[in-house]
Design a protein around this ligand. Sequence first.
Ligand code: HEM
Length: 422
Amino acid sequence: MTVSVPDFFSDPTVIADSRSYFDLVRSQAPILREAYQNTLMVTGFDAVVEILNDKAGIFSNACSVVGPIPGLPFTPEGSDIRAQVEAHRSAMPWSEHLVCMDGKRHQELRMLMGSLLTYKRLKQNEEYLYSLADRLIDGFIDKCRCAVVPDYAHATTTYAISDLMGIPEGDRALLLELIGAPPSQVDGDAVHKVGPDPLIFMKPRFDEYLRDRLETPRGDLMSDLVNATLKDGSKPDFDVVSGLARFLFGAGQDTTSRLIAMAILILGEEPELQHRLRDEPGRIPDFIEEVLRYDAPVKVAYRLALADTTVGGTDVPAGTILTVCYNAASNDPAHFENPERFDIDRPNVRDHMGFGRGFHGCLGAPLGRMESRIAIERLLARVTDIRISEDHHGPAGGRLYRFEPTYTFRSLAELHIEFKPI
Ligand code: HEM
C-alpha cells in the first residue's frame, strides 16, 4: 500500500529534515513501498539487519550508491535476474567501485583492500593526524571563529587519506580543492543527478602515482596496493587497482568530514557536553558513536533483489530496489530507547548502522573513527565556549542549517562556529 509521504528522492524538505521523513515512514511500516521511484523503503532496524545478513546472496550492491535514479539499464524479467544484472553491470554507474560489486569478485578485492588498512598503518597515520589537527587549528584560532566544513573537517579528511595513501605533499592542496561536496543528486535532470563516476576525473593522476610505484615501491599504501596479489596469487588488472585506489581516496572524505562537522554542530548546541568531554576525553569515542547513530553521513544505501524473496514478511519480487535506510534504523525506537535524545551513555551506543554492516560494511570505519576522534579531541583541547554563529545560522531555537542536495548522503553544507582560544 502506498501512503502520502514526500518524495525522498527530490523533495528539499527531506534533505533539510531527513529525521522527520524517516520517522513518518517508519511509523507506517518498517518496510514500505514509496510511490515515486517504487523502491521499498526499509526503515526498521530488524528488517535492515535481515537484508545486510544476506547469506543467500539475494541482494545485489550493483546500485548501492545511486539507487533507483537513473533507472536500471534493463527491464527485470522473471523470478531471478542474476544473469540480467551480470549482462548489464558495466552500464550501471559506479560499477568499477568496490561498493557496487557482488559475490566472489567483491570478496577478493575487499580482502585485498582490507589487508592494506592495517593497524600498524593506521597507528602511523595517527601521529600525523594529531599534528595535522593542530596545524589546521593554528590557521583559524586567532580569528575566534571557523568555517568548519572547508577549514577543519574537510581539510582533515583529505590530508589524512592523502598521508595514508602516500599522495605527494605538493599535490594535496590541489586535491583538497578538487574534492568538494558529494555529487548533487536532487537538482538538474536525471543524468546529472547521478552524474557519471565523480571519481573518474582523478584517474590519470592516480594512474600516474600507481605506475610510478609499480616501478619504485615506497612503502606507502599505494605501493602496497599496486603490488598486491589476490588470494590465488594473481594480480588484479591495473584498471581495477586504479578504481580501488580512487575509491579508497574518495570514500572516506565527504563521509568523515561531515561526521566531524555534525559532531561540532552538536557540541555547539550543547555546552554541557563540551565541558563533559573536555573533562573526560576518554568518552569522545562514545560521543562519535552517538553522532553516527543520531545523524550519520550515509543516510541510505540501496540493494537490488536478484530473486523473489521476502523481508520481514513482505514479498520482495526480483528486480525490486530497496532503499535501506541506515539513519532510520539507527533511530528505530524498537531498538534504541528515546532515539530522538542525543545520549552518549546509552548502553547500545555502538549498535548503529552508521557504517552499514555485513559483507559491505565500511572498510574505513577504524580510520573514520580515528580521524573524527582526534579532530574533536584537539578542538576541545584548544578552544572553549564553542558557539554556533548566529550571523550564519540564526538564533538558538530558530537555526538554519543547509544540507547538500543529495538523497544518499547527509552532508552539512556549511557550519560556522565561534569560540574562545584556551
Ligand atoms: C565516518 C566516516 C564514514 C562513514 C559514515 C562511512 C560509511 C559507510 C557505509 C554506510 C558503507 C556501506 C555502504 C553499503 O552498505 O552499501 C561504507 C562502505 C565503505 N567504506 Fe565507508 N564510511 C566512512 C569512512 C570511510 C573511510 C575513511 C574509508 C576509507 C579509508 C571508507 C571506505 C569504505 C569502503 C572501501 C566501503 C565499501 C566496502 C564494501 O563494499 O565492501 N569509508 N562506508
